[in-house]
Write a protein that binds this ligand. Structure first.
Ligand code: FNR
Length: 352
């Protein structure tokens, strides 16, 4: 069993590397109105944010990817070293395989070993027991737990879960059992406002919309199977900016009624510090990146990844200066211009 699990984890890394950059990316539909008088010094710009009540120095993070084999353990160790050096948060890949087979646990434990001070998310699916979710948090000494919801991926995997009954109730049990905040995330198909309202009603206060535009698990699983089935599902779901536009209307950052408050994280197709700033301006508290950082690590090594993380931090500060925004919440006041397919989506959904 675990040999097959480990091979699947290695396949995901290899195939996501082969399939990169094939889709239209909604971030390109978002522009800012340029202003010439900023009345701001670059040094005074504060790029920090807070997520699930914890302060973060940097408003982007290395999002969930891997673990569960020797190769992916080495990747996790390098990602964690880079995260620690650059002061960014990081998520593990799904820990479920290590809960089934403890011999795979070291490929996840390396994360905390190499990033003792970092903000770390553990990651599980919504089918683990609440007790196993707690063990996943313990294994990484995690600050928060991501629960990934991935029906599109499960359905196209022959060995995937094809019975989705009880996910919301299980998420509620996990929230009650684990001693850290729980974040529900998609895996690149996008959380709709309706899905967010459903998890909010089951006790979840933070979500990562993780939309379409980057890593596409329908395409990855199709390539793994090596046949043509489900090829029309490539590109399924809402883009990250479509999700953000929808949530900004339905879950305002400062709602009149606090019961409507949900903390929004964004990921899916983020390629640059410009995309990070776009997502922050559309209401995200912080922005997750998987594919881009993984490709850089695999192709150019850990030093290149550290230098990218450091450079992104500086570039976010520069862009915020250009936009005249002294801090992350101020980005919500910028004027955004929405065009192309994203404007079409907003029109269809009746979003101003
Ligand atoms: C992922 N992703 C993911 N997500 C999750 O919650 N648990 C997981 O185990 C994995 N595994 C995984 C493996 C690999 C190789 C990649 C590239 C991605 C999904 C990831 O966290 C994110 O939601 C999507 O990849 C979209 O972001 P990017 O890649 O477009 O930045």
């Amino acid at each position: 069993m675990s040999g097959r699990d480990s091979a699947r984890k290695d396949d995901h890394v290899r195939i996501s590397e082969e399939l990169r950059n094939v889709q239209h990316n909604g971030f390109d539909d978002i522009r800012f109105m340029h202003q010439s008088f900023n009345e701001l010094s670059r040094e005074s710009v504060d790029i920090s944010t807070s997520v699930t009540g914890s302060p973060w120095q940097v408003p982007f993070y290395i999002n969930a990817m891997t673990g569960g084999s020797e190769m992916t353990g080495r990747i996790n160790a390098d990602l964690a070293k880079a995260a620690a050096t650059a002061g960014v948060a990081m998520a593990s890949g799904s820990v479920s395989v290590a809960l089934k087979d403890p011999s795979l646990a070291p490929s996840f434990e390396v994360i905390r070993e190499n990033a003792p001070e970092a903000f770390i998310f553990a990651n599980v699916g919504p089918t683990v027991t609440a007790e196993n979710a707690r063990r996943a948090v313990q294994l990484l000494d995690a600050n928060a737990l991501q629960v990934h919801v991935n029906p599109a991926q499960e359905l196209v995997m022959p060995e995937g879960d094809h019975d989705f009954r009880g996910w919301l109730d299980r998420i509620e049990e996990i929230v009650a059992e684990v001693p850290v905040p729980v974040v529900v995330k998609e895996v690149g198909f996008g959380l709709s406002s309706k899905s967010i309202a459903q998890v909010r009603a089951h006790g979840v206060h933070t979500v990562d919309v993780s939309g379409r535009g980057g890593t596409d698990f329908a395409a990855i699983e199709k390539r793994r199977r090596g046949d043509r089935a489900y090829s029309y599902l490539a590109g399924w779901g809402q883009s990250t900016v479509e999700c953000l536009l929808e949530t900004l209307g339905d879950f305002p950052v400062q709602p009149a009624n606090p019961r409507h408050h949900v903390e929004i994280l964004a990921s899916g197709g983020v390629r640059s510090p410009f995309d990070v700033v776009r997502a922050l301006a559309m209401g995200a508290r912080a922005v997750g990146v998987s594919g881009h950082f993984l490709h850089l690590l695999i192709e150019e090594g850990i030093e290149a990844l550290i230098s990218e993380l450091t450079s992104w931090t500086e570039e976010v500060r520069t862009l915020m200066t250009l936009l005249g925004t002294p801090n992350v919440p101020a980005l919500l006041q910028t004027d955004l211009l929405v065009s192309g397919k994203t404007a079409e989506f907003a029109n269809l959904r009746g979003i101003d």
